[in-house]
Design a protein around this ligand. Structure first.
Ligand SMILES: [Zn+2]
Length: 94
C-alpha cells in the first residue's frame, strides 16, 4: 500500500514537471512572437485604386465568403465585366 502511494506521488510529480516544461515553452514562444510583433515594420499602404470614370460604379451584392453577400461597390473593368472592390471577384453583367 505504501508503494502505491509513493508511485502515485511520483506520477503526480512527473505530471507537474511536464506541465512546467510546457508552460515554459509557451512563455518562450509568446516572447518570440511579441518580439517579432514589436520589430515588424508596418505594412506599406496599398496604392489607392485608380479613380473610375463617372457611371462605371455600382452597388451590388457580392456572394463570396469575404464580402458575406453584402452590397459592395463594383467597378466596371471592361464593358460588361464588373469587379468587386471588397474582394476583387469579377462578374459578368449583360
Ligand atoms: Zn466581394
Amino acid at each position: 500500500m505504501t508503494e502505491l502511494i509513493a508511485y502515485g506521488m511520483l506520477a503526480l510529480t512527473a505530471v507537474g514537471a511536464c506541465a512546467v516544461v510546457v508552460a515554459a515553452g509557451c512563455l518562450v514562444l509568446a516572447a518570440i512572437r511579441l518580439l517579432q510583433h514589436l520589430v515588424r515594420r508596418p505594412a506599406a499602404r496599398p496604392s489607392p485604386a485608380p479613380a473610375a470614370a463617372p457611371g462605371t460604379v455600382a452597388w451590388w451584392s457580392c456572394h463570396t465568403l469575404r464580402c458575406g453577400h453584402m452590397e459592395t461597390l463594383h467597378r466596371e473593368v471592361t464593358p460588361g465585366t464588373w469587379a468587386c472592390s471588397g474582394c476583387g471577384t469579377t462578374r459578368e453583367v449583360a
